[in-house]
Design a protein around this ligand. Structure first.
Ligand SMILES: Nc1ncnc2c1ncn2[C@@H]1O[C@H](COP(=O)(O)OP(=O)(O)OP(=O)(O)O)[C@@H](O)[C@H]1O
Length: 234
């Protein structure tokens, strides 16, 4: 277990988002949080990352945890090129390792031809890819990802899903990924936690036993998982 929420409550003034929530996240797997729009998924990532603090209860985090947080909007520095934006978060690493990581993740995200471009010279989808490259390049052991594939076209998404799976599995990184897209949940999640409307409770937790290399939308096991998820949330 890497993150353990115990009786966590959180309110924005009078709006209660969490009320005594108990939830834990396991090491080395991708946990997907699937929930309706506006239920409090971003708030949960902000609580885990320490951007927000619970109104009551506590969040225990393993001491060896190094977090990469990918926000919903790419948040690139507009005056820096693609390469410089990635370099910026690697400040403390030796030059040689920095160079290696930048090159590796620029290649992973297929941004080779754009490394000198400014964010304003890129499309929205490309900016999102840069933001993914930056989150992956940071030497973290857990990725917090807030709808990282939102608004991307299907072909690009499917490609990025493969990259995401490869990065998580090969680097043995844990991830918590927030989405309201069932396909994203079944293709990426090793564990899928379905959240209710506010105040948020856990409706059900699913274990995805299909190995990540066999996950595609014609896999029978995944299709039955998809059906179960649809049944639950519709
Ligand atoms: N800073 C804030 N002050 C007051 N209310 C807020 C604040 N941030 C979020 N909220 C409200 O809290 C609720 C949960 O917001 P949150 O962004 O966590 O939901 P979400 O599940 O991530 O939504 P989405 O799926 O649309 O991204 C929403 O009703 C939102 O309007």
């Amino acid at each position: 277990m890497v993150i353990d929420l115990k009786d966590v409550s959180f309110k924005y003034e009078n709006l209660s988002i969490y009320n005594n929530l108990n939830l834990n996240f396991k090491k080395g797997i991708v946990t997907v949080l699937l929930g309706p729009s506006g239920c409090g998924k971003t708030t949960l990532l902000n609580l885990i990352s320490g951007v927000l603090h619970p109104t009551s209860g506590n969040i225990k985090i393993s001491t060896d945890l190094v977090i990469s947080y990918l926000f919903q909007d790419p948040r690139l520095l507009p005056w820096m090129s693609v390469e410089e934006n990635i370099n910026f978060v690697l400040d403390n690493l030796p030059q040689e390792i920095k160079k290696e990581r930048i090159e590796h993740y620029i290649n992973e995200l297929e941004l080779q031809s754009f490394s000198n471009y400014l964010p304003s010279e890129l499309s929205g989808g490309m900016r999102q890819r840069v933001s993914l490259a930056r989150a992956f390049a940071y030497p973290s052991n857990i990725l917090l990802m807030d709808e990282p594939f939102k608004g991307l076209d299907l072909a690009l998404k499917v490609n990025l899903f493969k990259t995401f799976n490869r990065v998580c599995k090969e680097d043995k990184r844990s991830a918590i990924l927030v989405t309201h897209d069932i396909h994203e949940a079944i293709l990426l999640g090793d564990e899928i936690i379905v959240l209710s409307n506010r105040p948020v409770s856990i409706r059900q937790t699913f274990t995805n036993s299909t190995p990540y290399k066999q996950r595609n939308l014609s896999n029978q096991q995944l299709l039955s998982l998809e059906k179960e998820l649809y049944r639950l949330i519709s």
